[in-house]
Design a protein around this ligand. Structure first.
Ligand code: IPD
Ligand code: CA
Ligand code: CA
Length: 263
């Protein structure tokens, strides 16, 4: 079954990728979901197309998608879709965005595909079978210390307490590591942990579709994923720490107290 799920996810991501790349040559006018939370007609077109692919092969499956919300069929299978992660980057032409599709069975990610654009790198994974980029097996880095690590984070659209808390962590980790990048597409950040470009990623204020696929990608590449307090990852809790495993405990020492202050 997982192979069929993967085939549909790959085809849907590739087709959505074509729409996104074609749109890069056109003016891209955003609508505003919030003061800085952008959405474009490309987000919506990609989501419709991905859902069409899924419905035509697996009409009984549930879907949770960023722009159209939930279609709950009570199936064991649920697809969690971010049709365009990194919309702000896409609007500006900044080269870090992509398509993220996960299929969960009884709440656990089984299959995930993330297409990184505009570079067109296809990250794929099936539970217990490893993670791949363009068909080549990937694994997390083996960096052992924080001061040898390169990290990445992101900042949500809501500039409240979580945003302030993350500013503190950003300062701290920038001081203690070799640097903290902030690219603006959480699914892509997670792929970069999975393939070892960076050693760790953390973020507050994410949605299930930002992380569902990336969680499986990092785990299958040999990394570790948890909430910012070390508790098992849950896509309905809005925070995540994903690392190469070696630096997980070291990072938790700093993220845990900052998170606790918010609760
Ligand atoms: C956003 C990106 C960004 C993260 C935001 C997300 P979107 O997704 O993943 O990196 O910081 O919290 O909402 O809106 O571009 O799909
Ligand atoms: Ca997103
Ligand atoms: Ca999105």
């Amino acid at each position: 079954m997982n192979i069929e799920l993967l085939a549909v996810a790959e085809l849907a991501a590739r087709d959505a990728g074509q729409i996104i790349l074609a749109a890069l040559n056109q003016p891209r006018r955003p609508d505003y979901k919030g003061q800085t939370d952008l959405v474009t007609k490309t987000d919506r077109e990609c989501e419709d197309l991905i859902i069409k692919h899924i419905n035509s092969e697996f009409p009984g499956h549930s879907i949770l998608a960023e722009e159209s919300g939930a279609q709950d069929t009570k199936s064991d299978y649920q697809w969690v879709i971010d049709p365009l992660d990194g919309t702000t980057n896409f609007v500006h032409g900044y080269p870090s965005f992509g398509v993220s599709i996960a299929c969960l069975r009884s709440g656990i990610p089984e299959v995930a595909v993330i297409l990184e654009l505009p570079v067109n790198r296809l990250f794929t994974t099936v539970k217990s079978q490893g993670a791949f980029v363009d068909g080549h097996k990937i694994k997390v880095s083996n960096t052992e210390t924080l001061n040898e690590s390169l990290l990445v984070t992101g900042f949500g659209y809501d500039h409240g307490n979580k945003w302030e808390a993350n500013m503190k962590l950003f300062k701290h980790f920038t001081d203690k590591s070799q640097g903290v990048r902030r690219l603006g597409a959480a699914a892509i950040d997670l792929c970069h942990v999975a393939c070892g470009f960076v050693d760790g990623f953390w973020e507050f204020d994410l949605k299930p579709w930002d992380m569902a696929a990336g969680i499986l990608m990092v785990s299958e590449a040999g990394g570790k994923v948890s909430q910012l307090n070390g508790i098992n990852i849950d896509i309905y809790q809005d925070h995540i720490l994903a690392t190469n495993g070696n630096i997980h405990e070291i990072m938790l020492k700093h993220t845990k107290p900052v998170l606790e202050l918010l609760l």
